[in-house]
Design a protein around this ligand. Structure first.
Ligand code: PMV
Length: 330
């Protein structure tokens, strides 16, 4: 059997940081995101009768060919195969040959593990020949170890309910992609891989002296953001998104050991966007666990931000995204 799956990365307007159950990947708080149309993973899958076939090849951003995955990367995929088999209640095995390509740099604050593991969730479920609804797919994607993968399963704008148990911690679509003409301009200032990935960063979250206050204030912020989203009030929405990103990074910067993802380039672009805003152009910044930036705008503002980023010495490349559908077989 041969087929391909495609799944988007997603950008969280309210981030999940810290896990109350590491094995089950249960977060402390709800989170809210948008799927990205031009940052995605495609996996071409060849399913064989030989369970000994367990191969993964990867094509990186801007690379021309595929290379074999590292042992560590393949081990994570094999572990998720076992998780999926148990979750789906299957007893027989299959072999797989996977070729995965990304339209964006991995491990750089653009949710490459979310797009990869949500794609793999759909691939393994099909290969095991089990039908799951979006909720169950989302639970399985979360169990991959990349919690935010659960938000790349449903379409458009997505809310991850933290839930009380594994079964009740999943993401749902709260609006389709065409609900709002929002864009995420991904500004790549460095294509290199970050030194600490999220898996290694989550455990430290609770060591920040500000973590308790983050958890206390997030429900209020999320309520306000939901109201702004429902009213399509971009000024309010963008202000909250940027405020939340700074809050999220202040937790990471003050946890033990601290995680400092911003570089001088990140700060310069951030300030330029703020200056643009003072000049009347409504654009807001959010930053995931990485050095690169996500600039959130409405369609009418795209050109003004594009102009700022063109010939900008700090910018390596730019990826323009609109809201997108979730993981699927193509
Ligand atoms: O998906 P994980 O478990 O690797 O965690 C990453 C979470 C962040 O990307 C840092 C924030 C978020 O909610 O997207």
């Amino acid at each position: 059997m041969e087929f391909s799956v495609k799944s988007p990365a997603n950008i969280a307007f309210v981030k999940y940081w810290g896990q109350r159950d590491t094995a089950l990947v249960l977060p402390f708080n709800d989170s809210f995101s948008m799927n990205l149309s031009n940052c995605f993973t495609e996996i071409h899958c060849t399913i064989t009768d030989n369970p000994g076939d367990q191969h993964l090849e990867i094509k990186e951003y801007e690379a021309s060919g595929y290379h074999p995955a590292s042992e560590r990367e393949l081990a994570v995929v094999k572990r998720f195969y076992d998780t999926a088999k148990t979750f789906l209640g299957c007893s027989s095995d299959f072999g797989f040959r996977l070729r995965s390509s990304n339209t964006f740099p991995k491990k750089a604050g653009i949710a490459s593990s979310a797009s990869f593991f949500s794609a793999l969730t759909v691939a393994f479920t099909k290969a095991f020949d089990v039908q799951l609804d979006s909720k169950q797919l989302s639970v399985l994607a979360r169990l991959s170890g990349s919690g935010s993968a659960c938000r790349s399963i449903p379409d458009g704008f997505v809310w991850w309910h933290k839930g009380d148990t594994s079964d009740s911690s999943y993401a749902v679509s709260v609006a389709p992609p065409d609900y709002w003409d929002l864009h995420d301009i991904v500004v790549i200032v460095n294509t290199g891989e970050k030194k600490t990935n999220s898996q290694d960063g989550h455990p430290g979250a609770v060591t920040s002296p500000y973590y308790a206050s983050r958890q206390q204030t997030l429900p209020v912020l999320m309520e306000e953001m939901k109201t702004a989203f429902e009213a399509r009030d971009f000024t309010k929405f963008g202000t909250l998104v940027e405020q939340e990103a700074i809050n999220f990074h202040s937790i990471m910067m003050t946890q033990i050991p601290p995680l400092f993802y911003w570089s001088d380039k990140t700060v310069r672009i951030f300030k330029q966007i703020q200056a643009l805003r003072q000049g009347g152009v409504e654009a807001y910044v959010t930053i995931d666990a990485g050095e690169n930036l996500h600039v959130i705008v409405e369609g009418k503002t795209l050109v003004a931000v594009e102009r700022l980023l063109q010939n900008n010495p700090d910018v390596h490349s730019v990826i323009y995204n609109s809201p997108a559908v979730g993981a699927r077989i193509i």
